[in-house]
Design a protein around this ligand. Structure first.
Ligand code: NAP
Length: 282
């Protein structure tokens, strides 16, 4: 497993397992399976309502706490300094852990500055080993990074073959902020699992379409967290360290970029309205 070093020197696995849309009931079994096939980084969030399942699985695994890297995210209903701070304690309680390895602000809406101050403070107290953001596009990221003491170390954004975040990654590099992909398999949208180019490249290496797409992200220095509730797919998505795409393969995959989200545009007013409706989620 390759590690990525964050700007504060903390190292995290470049490949992890994400639990968005994994029901609270199923989460413990899924995370146990993921740990069993070799994942050592788990991505959860307050809004996924499954932090307890993650915590139960880690606890029961017998794996030392410092060998598993846990990522969680503060939901917008918990933004503002006081609420964010209390919500970190609540996440720690649900995860049954003394510290979280990486805590992110989930969305660039509402009182994100107050929430980020809470992240900075708890980071200084040592209960968060690293802090960052999610869904912050260059404008939001530059604004935040220019007005805080501890710059975000990671930005988790939609990143896959159809929305490659080339410009976003350039700005993150300037800010010494690592790019972390959500939806690395595009959640199967846009015909992902039957894409001809990815299939053709995969044949050369005896690899599947998801493996080619995930390997392509790895070679771009992107942190990835593919999700599957199936153990054999979890293993498949992790089995990407025994081949290397050529510069030509990389360039051909670049041609799939549409430069557009397959989910939602965080600068669209209707999307902002939708998020305001989700303020009460957690
Ligand atoms: N920060 C954010 O706002 C945000 C937003 C979305 C996601 N995330 C994080 O990113 C993680 C990954 O993104 P995602 O869950 O949206 O989507 P994803 O990982 O791109 O795709 C997951 C989908 O692909 C299927 N799949 C996985 N591996 C497969 C394989 N080898 N062959 C065939 N199908 C496969 C899964 O089905 P099965 O489960 O049935 O196998 C599921 O339907 C999330 O779990 C979450 O941790 C964060």
């Amino acid at each position: 497993m390759e590690n990525i070093k964050l700007s504060n020197g903390v190292e995290m696995p470049q490949v992890g397992y994400g639990v968005y849309q994994v029901t609270p009931d199923e989460c413990e079994r899924c995370v146990s399976d993921a740990l069993n096939v070799g994942y050592r980084m788990i991505d959860t969030a307050q809004a996924y309502a499954n932090e307890e399942g993650v915590g139960n699985a880690v606890k029961k695994s017998g794996i030392a706490r410092d060998e598993v890297f846990i990522v969680s995210k503060i939901w917008i209903s918990n933004y503002g300094y006081e609420k964010a701070k209390a919500s970190i304690d609540e996440s720690l309680r649900k995860l049954q852990m003394e510290y979280i390895d990486l805590m992110l602000l989930h969305q660039p809406f509402c009182d994100r500055y107050g929430a980020y101050r809470a992240l900075e403070e708890v980071y200084r107290e040592g209960k968060l080993r690293a802090i960052g953001v999610s869904n912050f596009y260059p404008d939001h990221l530059i604004d935040l990074a220019s007005n805080v003491d501890v710059k975000p170390m990671v930005n988790q954004v939609e990143t896959h073959v159809f929305d490659q975040q080339v410009e976003g990654q350039k700005y993150m590099d300037e800010l010494d902020c690592r790019i972390m992909s959500w939806g690395p398999l595009a959640e199967g949208r846009n015909g992902f699992f039957t894409n001809e180019l990815l299939g053709e490249i995969g044949k050369k290496y005896g690899k599947s379409i998801p493996q080619v797409a995930l390997r392509w992200l790895l070679q771009r220095g992107v942190i990835i967290i593919p999700k599957s509730t199936h153990k054999e797919r979890m293993a498949e998505n992790l089995n990407i360290f025994d081949f290397e795409l050529t510069a030509d393969d990389m360039a051909r995959i670049q041609t799939l970029d549409t430069g557009k989200s397959l989910f939602f545009d965080h600068h669209d007013a209707e999307v902002t309205k939708m998020f305001m409706g989700w303020r009460g989620l957690v």
